[in-house]
Write a new protein. Structure first.
Length: 111
């Protein structure tokens, strides 16, 4: 019984870390500077610039094309990471609630 409660408490602590990360991301997301630099500057303007650069005849060498493609991929991976942080935080919030309910039920049964 004690081991199960310890496992649940560990799960709650780990989930809280994910919720904290999602909360930090939300604070960044609503920050005007983050919005200008990352959301607009990187995700919109830089990705557009790279797509146009990919079609530029002066950037047609294999090496240039590889670098541009990797840069475009990096933008996508970063955006996916931020999305995953948000989604994991949301799932972790639900898990905390469920784990806390389970822990309380186990403690009641132990009495």
């Amino acid at each position: 019984m004690d081991n199960n409660i310890e496992m649940i408490e560990l799960s709650i602590r780990e989930a809280k870390k994910k919720v904290d990360m999602a909360s930090s991301l939300e604070k960044l997301r609503i920050n005007k500077d983050f919005d200008e630099l990352i959301t607009e500057g990187y995700f919109v303007h830089e990705s557009s610039r790279l797509v146009l650069l990919k079609a530029d005849p002066s950037m047609s060498s294999d090496n240039d094309q590889i670098i541009i493609s990797k840069s475009i991929d990096a933008i996508g991976y970063f955006r996916q990471y931020l999305s995953a942080v948000r989604q994991l935080g949301s799932m972790a919030s639900k898990a905390i609630s469920d784990d806390e309910d389970t822990r309380e039920e186990m403690l009641r049964e132990a009495i």
